[in-house]
Design a protein around this ligand. Structure first.
Ligand code: FE2
Length: 388
């Protein structure tokens, strides 16, 4: 990986990126500045009350607001099409996503596709979406997927039981407001799962075949911020400094997404989420340590740096340091109350060949992984996740 700094890299970020407790108050002004008159707010019933000041602010600026709260967890293509029909009736000139990563992904796709005739399936893949014409703002209420700054949006293809993604610079929002105060009421289990997902984004970006110094800075700092604050955020949800640190780490994880992206942890996690309805964020934590142990030999120096960012002291070798880092991650998962054994989620071991075959389809992620993963490797890694 020594020559990696000589490669060029392009980062696409929202033209306006606002971060900090209370920053969402600036959102109505931003939408007004862009002359918007009809804003579609996508959210869920559980967080809609948090959006009340935002809606009032928009209305006070003379903006007509329609709210859709029916964004389900782990939305599929059919869910998206239903929401798109509602959006088309309203004809928005601006779309605001307010919620978790699922909500933000749906908002991104609605903004891009409500004025196009083609089905979303036409755009699954990289760089297939030619343009977005509708202004798009994202406000995450979890920390998180980093979707507010990423060019990705995911949908479950119900027929294939596979998570598919649209990846396009046009899905990077025009503005993102990352306000950690929205995360104060997130329950401990969701705080843990989403925080670990964000941590994995940073880890998989740093130990990645396409790693780059411009992304490394975000990745390492994201690892440090999340690992040193997540447990406090889980145990004391109203701790604003801890929530703020985790939200910033999550944002940094999102910044890693477009240019470098994730690897085998996410590739093996998606089938768990798709087939067994485990939240995608949680599914990463279940397969994390088997995959990292598998990867270690391919990039010991990188995993040693990750371990250092996790707070591990340097040991006699990179490998030893890296192994201590994985043990630290396992401790963090356990302390956050994550049950890592797949059997505890009623997943039968007989599903392993099917899960492994599905994971091998995620070639867009597996190609990033520091070590090649074969079908047999994937089966072994799932087996190990039954021993945690
Ligand atoms: Fe993720």
């Amino acid at each position: 990986m020594a020559a990696y700094a000589s490669r060029s890299i392009t980062l696409s970020q929202p033209p306006l990126l606002s971060f900090g407790p209370g920053c969402a108050a600036g959102c109505p002004d931003e939408l007004t500045k862009h002359g918007l008159r009809r804003v579609l707010l996508l959210t869920t019933a559980s967080v809609a009350p948090l959006a009340k000041p935002l809606v009032e602010g928009l209305v006070a600026h003379g903006i007509v607001v329609t709210t859709i709260t029916e964004v389900p967890a782990e939305p599929g293509i059919k869910d998206f099409e239903r929401i798109l029909l509602e959006a088309r009736k309203f004809i928005p000139d601006g779309v605001v996503g307010f919620g978790d990563g699922n909500v933000l992904d749906i908002a991104k796709l609605v903004a891009a596709l409500h004025d196009r005739a083609e089905p979303v399936q036409n755009f699954f893949g990289v760089g297939l979406l030619p343009k977005r014409r509708t202004f798009l703002v994202c406000l995450p209420t979890t920390a998180g997927t980093g979707s507010e700054v990423s060019p990705n949006a995911f949908l479950l293809d119900e027929t294939e039981l596979l998570k598919k993604s649209v990846n396009s610079p046009w899905l990077v929002p025009d503005a993102a407001f990352v306000d950690p105060l929205f995360t104060l009421s997130v329950p401990p289990a969701i705080t843990a799962a989403t925080g670990l997902d964000a941590l994995v984004h940073c880890i998989e970006a740093y130990a990645n075949r396409f790693a780059h110094p411009m992304v490394d800075v975000y990745a390492l700092e994201g690892i440090r911020l999340i690992s040193s604050n997540l447990l406090q955020a889980v145990n004391n949800g109203i701790d604003v400094p801890a929530r703020t640190a985790v939200a910033l780490g999550s944002l940094y994880g999102g910044m890693c997404h477009g240019a470098v992206n994730t690897g085998a942890v996410h590739a093996l996690a998606y089938p768990l989420a798709s087939e067994f309805q485990i939240a995608q964020e949680l599914s990463n934590a279940l397969i994390l340590s088997p995959v990292l142990r598998f990867n270690l030999s391919a990039a010991p120096e990188r995993y040693a740096q990750i371990a250092r960012a996790l707070g591990v002291k340097r040991l006699e070798s990179d490998l030893a340091t890296a192994e201590a880092g994985i043990a630290k991650l396992e401790e963090l998962c356990d302390a956050c109350g994550i049950r890592r054994n797949l059997a505890t989620y009623d997943i039968p071991e007989s599903a392993i060949p099917r899960l492994a075959a599905a994971a091998m389809k995620a070639t867009r992620l597996l190609k990033n992984n520091p070590r090649d993963v074969t079908l047999v490797d994937a089966e072994t890694l799932y087996s190990q996740a039954f021993l945690a």
